[in-house]
Design a binder for this molecule. Structure first.
Ligand code: CAA
Length: 296
């Protein structure tokens, strides 16, 4: 497998393209807008430079990686030569079903079709194609160049050969792949989201403040970020939609999203990407400041 196509150039898509290019793969990065692609290339350049500065690899490796990436605004053109296509578009079922129908029609018969979805059923996505045995989940974690895990999700019909190929490929990127079956939230979000939801409930019920909740989990459990900061980092809208998938998928009230989370998303306070969530984010500032309404 040498040619990789990545659909979607947002945070996850550009991180995935970055890592494949860094390890010598030829990458076609696809998005609907030229502007989004330009921004993605600038982000990849910035993150590769950061790794050069930290001594992870040389400036030559960075230049080679950048030269491995071509951008496309048409899925058809971008995927025609691909051995593996990784879809990292917005988390919307209908959009993903449409994309998978298109890529199934345009990709080489031997190509593997992967989705970076954080919670949408791989079995359902595969049902939009005529090659469900070649459809698989390849769930990278944010920031992709840093996080070692790839959650490899086997849909109901995913073949052993497809799983083996994706597990081996992930190891070539120096990631640690873990194979899981296709049930709501897979493993990562089935465990992470109830923890985040419980942290939000603890705030909602006044058990403790934002700083206190995050400090307990950072210093007491050695988490790099507290659950509220992590929720802001992931995006509160994304957390809410994953909790809804768990709630609908299992029909168990324990996954019901906290009303505070619902309110915050409805008010447009979605975390880092919107400038505020449990914390406030000012451009260029690394300081962690609790959002005004949660100060007391
Ligand atoms: N590209 C390249 N390198 C990056 C990077 C990026 N985008 N972001 C950070 N880095 C590097 C930094 O250069 C630094 O390198 P060194 O260790 O060599 O110094 C290192 O990563 C640490 O970064 P910082 O010093 O800037 O900051 P930090 O120590 O606070 O770490 C963090 C930042 C890695 C994000 C850390 O806070 C962390 O691990 N947070 C938790 C992340 C997490 O849980 N991710 C999973 C989210 S869930 C998900 O993605 C899936 C889902 O379905 C919801």
């Amino acid at each position: 497998m040498n040619n990789i196509a990545v659909i979607g150039s947002g945070t996850m898509g550009n991180g995935i393209a970055h890592v494949f290019a860094q390890y010598g793969y030829k990458v076609s990065l696809i998005d609907i807008s030229e502007d989004a692609l330009k921004k993605a290339l600038a982000t990849i350049e910035k993150n590769l430079s950061r790794q050069v500065e930290k001594g992870a690899f040389t400036a030559e490796v960075k230049q080679q990686a950048l030269s491995h990436i071509n951008t496309f605004t048409s899925i058809k053109d971008g995927i025609s030569q691909a051995d593996l296509i990784v879809e990292a578009a917005t988390e919307n079922v209908d959009l993903k079903l449409r994309i998978f129908k298109d890529i199934d029609e345009g990709a080489k018969p031997s190509a593997i079709l992967a989705s970076n979805t954080s919670s949408i059923s791989i079995t359902k996505i595969a049902s939009a194609t005529k090659r469900p045995e070649k459809v698989i989940g390849m769930h990278f974690m944010n920031p992709v160049p840093v996080m070692k895990l790839v959650e490899v999700i086997r849909g109901y019909a995913t073949s052993h050969d497809t799983t083996k190929a994706v597990m081996e490929l992930s190891k070539k990127l120096e990631k640690i792949p873990v194979e899981v079956n296709d049930y709501p939230g897979f493993i990562a979000n089935r465990i992470l989201m109830p923890m985040i939801n419980e942290a939000i409930y603890s705030l909602y019920e006044g058990v403790a403040g934002v700083y206190e909740i995050d400090t307990v989990m950072k210093l007491g459990m050695a988490h790099p970020m507290g659950p509220l900061q992590l929720a802001d980092f992931i995006g509160l809208d994304v957390c809410l939609s994953i909790l809804r998938v768990l709630h609908d998928g299992f029909g168990n009230p324990k996954y019901a999203p906290c009303p505070l989370l619902v309110n915050m998303v409805q008010a447009g306070h979605k975390g880092v990407k919107s400038g505020s969530g449990f914390y406030e984010y000012k451009q260029g500032s690394k300081e962690l400041v609790v959002a005004e309404r949660f100060r007391y």
